[in-house]
Design a protein around this ligand. Structure first.
Ligand SMILES: Cc1cc2nc3c(=O)[nH]c(=O)nc-3n(C[C@H](O)[C@H](O)[C@H](O)COP(=O)(O)O)c2cc1C
Length: 332
């Protein structure tokens, strides 16, 4: 078993849910944890918005539950180190967020709306700025007297031809970043093509002398792809994104298959129950119709591959209440 330390947080064989906007709801993260995800960061929240508009406006993206999640990681995006400093102070002051255990900085988002503000993957073009953001977070955390590791999630490049950005990796590591996670695609690739394993390995190599854990991410969906990613990149941990959508049990699959055990895929009725669990979990903090509406882009993933999936998806996307969803799924 491989033990990894993110700051003072000890993990064994970390395999984590990757942050995904629209998918990383609190109930879903809790389910992923139950099936073997070591921890699961929230989706990205704007440091600038937190600074100027307060936590409330962003809270929907930052909801955590330390009792059920254990390790709670909040992901922030932005470009101004002062925004990050103020965001850390605001998070620390908010009683709903005192249980935060990791601050993760998004340096990989390829969405033009984010990139043009100088945030997300744009930071790969400015390692000095990226480093000063890590420094701002570390200093703010020291100033509030807390022990919260700061992690960075990035990609293998800003331009199509990039084969890793080792100068970015070194810049954030030398400011004390406590873990680096690299998704093996460049910004223009978004999510297309295959993850570039060699470019991930370049990033891994760049931080080797810093003695911080390195996580690899991209196209991991089962034990085989997980083992191959670990072997080929020398990573200490893994993050799993799209394969987990509508399938929190993918973590059980990965862990079992990595251990050479057989994984029996869940039956359709179990998958439907998992869908209901996430939906009902969301109604714990959202109005029922809002929860159902927000689940419209998520529910199709739960029924993917089932008999009559196309009709199920259409029917699910028309639902406005929990009872309607239950009826469509033919559950009692
Ligand atoms: C719908 C969607 C939303 C995403 N949102 C975020 C996000 O908020 N923060 C982030 O760092 N990455 C985000 N990502 C990227 C994933 O965390 C991950 O790096 C990417 O999907 C590659 O991993 P995979 O091949 O396992 O899916 C998102 C990806 C998808 C598909």
């Amino acid at each position: 078993m491989r033990q990894v330390c993110i700051g003072s947080i000890k993990l064994t064989d970390p395999v984590c849910l990757a942050p995904m906007a629209g998918f990383s709801s609190l109930p879903f993260r809790i389910m992923c944890k139950r099936y073997g995800s070591s921890y699961a960061p929230t989706e990205l929240a704007s440091a600038r918005s937190i600074r100027f508009s307060g936590i409330d406006k962003s809270f929907r993206y930052m909801r955590i539950d330390p009792d059920k999640e254990g390790i709670c990681a909040i992901q922030l995006f932005g470009t101004d180190p002062v925004d990050f400093r103020e965001a850390v102070f605001a998070i620390d002051k908010d009683p709903r967020l005192t249980g935060v255990s990791i601050i993760d900085i998004n340096m990989g988002c390829p969405v033009p709306k984010v990139v043009k503000t100088g945030s997300g993957s744009f930071l790969m073009t400015d390692p000095k700025l990226a480093a000063s953001i890590v420094r701002a977070c570390k200093e703010a955390i020291r100033d509030i007297g807390r022990d919260i590791p700061v992690t960075v999630k990035t990609r293998t490049g800003f331009e199509a031809g990039d084969k890793g950005v080792p100068e970015l990796a070194r810049a954030v590591a030398s400011e004390g970043c406590d873990m680096l996670c690299v998704h093996g695609r460049t910004r223009p690739q978004m999510y297309s093509g295959e993850a570039d394993i060699e470019a991930i390995a370049v990033m891994r190599e760049a931080v080797k002398s810093f003695d911080i854990p390195f996580f690899a991410n991209g196209d991991i969906k089962d034990g085989r792809s997980a083992l191959s990613m670990l072997e080929q990149t020398g990573a200490d941990g893994l993050m799993v994104g799209r394969a987990a959508r509508g399938d929190p049990m993918v973590f059980e699959r990965i862990r079992k298959e990595m251990a050479g055990e057989t994984f029996t895929p869940p039956s359709d009725s179990i998958r439907k129950e998992l869908l209901m669990e996430e939906l009902i979990g969301r109604t714990g903090y959202l109005r029922e119709d809002v929860a159902v509406r927000e689940m419209r882009s998520v529910m199709p993933f739960y029924v993917k591959g089932m008999e009559g999936a196309a009709m199920l998806k259409t029917a699910l996307c028309r639902c406005t209440s929990v009872d309607e969803v239950r009826e469509v799924l033919e559950l009692d």
